[in-house]
Write a protein that binds this ligand. Structure first.
Ligand SMILES: Cc1cc2nc3c(=O)[nH]c(=O)nc-3n(C[C@H](O)[C@H](O)[C@H](O)COP(=O)(O)OP(=O)(O)OC[C@H]3O[C@@H](n4cnc5c(N)ncnc54)[C@H](O)[C@@H]3O)c2cc1C
Length: 545
């Protein structure tokens, strides 16, 4: 029987991210994915700032920014009556290269090293897979399916089917990670249910939907609205979202379809024509019926060597672009704890904190996504919306006001991406500082323990997070402070900690302390002007002992 440290079931974005994060610690992992290829369906398009920071750590930030849309393509969001009709509202958003310039200049609403990026999951998954395949401690197997698993003393044994050879074999591992999506075999075998609402029906982003990936020359007269990344068609007879996939001739149309109609009978070409308001010479590449309106959270994120991440743990409606992004953050939180267990420096409570940290974030983000879906999906549109009448003008004005407000609330959400905090975690050493509000549209940088370590551009142009180690980082902003006792305490249990000396006033101002201990996932564990008297207690706390 083959043996590894961690077995990952599922090679979507979240499973691949678990693998990459484990590779930071040199932990061996086998990732299996039943599909032979990465996603063909361009589901996620919005990669948030926090996911981008995580990807940056793996050196794939520039590759992602060069993928999909041209770097100077605007990522505006337009609301229209038809693709050849009137524009009702528009949220202007920077191109990928402008977003980076704004971030460097400190004028982005996203105070971070990597602003959000628009890139289809088709490109993202292929890039993540290539990165994972290049790591020597990872074994990535597409075309293999996890059929079942059993817990054994000190680990898990899983039965895997090689789908090309049509035979089964077994792998034993210290832990199994279920990153196997919404229909997760791992979750079902654990007997863990999703709680919440599934497929809540709305005019848009709730109930039966069709996703149609197609190719059409964009200058052929069917798309007369100025360039945008998203075009929301808001009409009495149709709700649809056209997404620009490559900035050239590839698009995805997400359309609300009647709940009682068999998706097989839906004519995708007719939907495209209806959205455009005229015939379109479209080549349909792929069609995928799907259901929007989910707000589902697994009742448990696992335990006892079997863990759930990503869609296996929570299922979102796509508004706000939070499904995959929440999963990427799950992956980062879980992986360092698994590494600690495999390497022997984890305390007995470390792995339990994965659910304690991440399940509330899942619930928080599901609630935000639902709010956005209610706002875009529950208003009526009068058939006069495209009329050259005062009634039509009044309807457009009404929609313009609602959509302008909605678009800002759904699309500019630094608080959701960067404001995640684990301040109630038993791993965190509280410092008695004031709580910071948790708002979707505002991010308040704070080094209060439990929060994401605030970003700073350093004098040499690096981002502070680029200097963080793969294990823990002790950030010292005053070189005269003695930190030796912390390294002695960490050395006893072989906890990996690196010292990062930075004598830059801006860093100290941001962290409001001379020292800060940073977890491997980039959240603050502890801060102070001198070390605590009992450094063994600090080290024990952050490793869950
Ligand atoms: C239309 C649409 C738009 C979206 N837009 C966004 C967005 O903009 N931003 C965002 O963050 N999210 C978005 N999402 C959600 C996002 O696509 C998902 O949250 C994301 O794919 C979840 O990743 P995952 O790795 O957890 O699961 P999946 O992507 O579902 O990957 C699971 C993988 O596991 C494999 N698998 C399943 N069972 C087994 C098994 N037994 N053995 C081996 N392999 C198995 C599957 O084949 C699959 O490859 C969108 C979703 C949709 C439908």
């Amino acid at each position: 029987m083959e043996d590894t440290d961690i077995l990952i079931a599922g090679g979507g974005p979240v499973g691949l991210m678990v693998a990459l994060e484990l590779a930071r610690f040199g932990v061996r992992a086998i990732l299996i994915n039943d599909g032979a290829e990465t996603a063909l369906h361009p589901k996620a398009n919005a990669i948030n700032a926090r996911s981008m920071e995580h990807f940056r750590r793996h050196g794939i930030g520039p590759t992602l920014r060069a993928a999909a849309l041209p770097t100077d393509y605007p990522t505006d969001v337009a609301y229209v009556t038809r693709l050849t009709g009137r524009e009702l509202a528009r949220l202007k958003m920077p191109s990928s290269s402008d977003a980076v310039v704004e971030s460097r200049a400190g004028v982005s609403p996203y105070d971070c090293a990597e602003p959000p990026h628009r890139c289809s999951q088709i490109y993202l998954e292929a890039i993540l897979r290539e990165a994972a395949q290049a790591r020597p401690t990872l074994d990535v197997r597409f075309g293999h399916r996890l059929e079942e698993f059993r817990r054994v003393d000190g680990g898990v044994v899983a039965v895997i089917r090689d789908l090309a050879a049509d035979n089964t074999y077994e792998i034993s591992a210290a832990h199994l990670v279920g990153a196997d999506g919404g229909r997760s075999t791992v979750r079902r075998q654990l007997g863990i249910r999703y709680l919440g609402d599934g497929g809540v029906e709305r005019e848009m982003m709730g109930g039966a939907m069709m996703a149609t990936l197609f190719r059409a020359p964009r200058d052929a007269g069917w798309l007369t609205i100025d360039s945008a990344w998203q075009y929301w068609v808001v009409a009495a007879d149709l709700r649809a979202l056209l997404l620009t996939v490559d900035g050239a001739d590839q698009f995805t149309l997400l359309t609300r379809i009647p709940d009682d109609v068999d998706p097989e009978t839906i004519d995708d070409q007719a939907l495209i024509n209806q959205a455009a308001g005229r015939p379109v010479d479209a080549e349909i590449i792929l069609r995928q019926p799907w259901t929007a309106g989910h707000e589902l959270l697994a009742e448990s994120f696992g335990g006892d060597r079997v863990w759930l991440v990503g869609d296996a743990a929570h299922l979102f409606t796509p508004t706000g672009g939070l499904g995959m992004n929440t999963g990427i953050d799950d992956a980062v939180n879980l992986a360092w704890k698994l590494a600690g267990d495999v390497r022997g420096w984890a305390g007995p409570n470390l792995l339990e904190t994965y659910e304690v940290d991440r399940r509330p974030v899942g619930a928080r983000n599901l609630a935000f996504a639902r709010g956005f879906a209610e706002s875009i999906g529950t208003f009526e549109v009068d058939p006069c919306v495209d009329d050259d009448t005062s009634k039509g003008e009044a309807e457009r004005a009404r929609l313009r006001e609602h959509l302008s407000d909605h678009s800002r609330r759904e699309m500019i959400i630094p608080g959701i991406a960067l404001g995640v905090r684990y301040e109630d975690s038993v791993l965190v050493w509280p410092d008695g500082s004031q709580k910071v509000p948790d708002d979707a549209d505002a991010y308040v940088p704070t080094a209060r323990p439990g929060h994401r370590a605030p970003h700073v551009w350093l004098e040499d142009g690096d981002a502070l997070c680029d200097r963080f180690a793969d294990g823990f980082t002790l950030l010292r902003m005053d070189a005269s402070v003695d930190v030796a006792p912390l390294f002695v305490a960490a050395g006893v249990v072989e906890l990996p900690v690196a010292l990062l000396d930075l004598d830059e006033a801006i860093v100290q101002a941001r962290y409001e302390a001379a020292l800060a201990l940073i977890f491997p996932d980039g959240h603050v564990a502890w801060r102070g002007d001198v070390l605590p008297v009992d450094c063994v207690a600090l080290i024990d706390r952050v490793r869950g002992a």
